[in-house]
Design a protein around this ligand. Structure first.
Ligand code: TYC
Length: 116
């Protein structure tokens, strides 16, 4: 019975070479996508002081006093408002920071993130 011949070895994965020895680098299309964005939304309640919400918007969302007051009043009247839009991990960190600060002061402020 004839012996089976093993399959030929695979060629090594090296970049293609021109006859003159020049290595040809192929440009691949970038596989990275822009990060998914999330909006951080603050909800109204009847107990958290307006001044605290304005402070949160200034400290964690880098709003000046006028913008922070505007957003706070919008939340107060509409029930919710967008504080900012960020990549997922940044949005999650901001929610955590806001909730930690609110609980530390004994406020029931609610802050969530939603796909933008
Ligand atoms: N409604 C609150 C009050 O009258 C103020 C407030 C604004 C609370 C925005 C939460 O996300 C909020 N003291």
């Amino acid at each position: 019975m004839p012996e089976e011949t093993p399959p030929p070895p695979k060629p090594p994965a090296v970049p293609p070479r021109e006859p003159d020895g020049v290595v040809v680098a192929e440009r691949k299309a970038a596989k990275t996508k822009p990060p998914a964005l999330y909006q951080v939304v603050m909800l109204n309640d009847d107990y958290t002081p307006m001044e605290f919400v304005v402070m949160v918007l200034q400290r964690y969302f880098h709003r000046d006093i006028d913008a922070a007051t505007h957003i706070m009043l919008l939340i107060h009247h509409e029930g919710r408002g967008v504080c900012g839009v960020y990549p997922k991990d940044v949005a999650a960190t901001k929610v955590e920071l806001v909730l930690t600060a609110a609980r530390r002061e004994g406020h029931p402020l609610q802050c969530i993130m939603e796909a933008a």
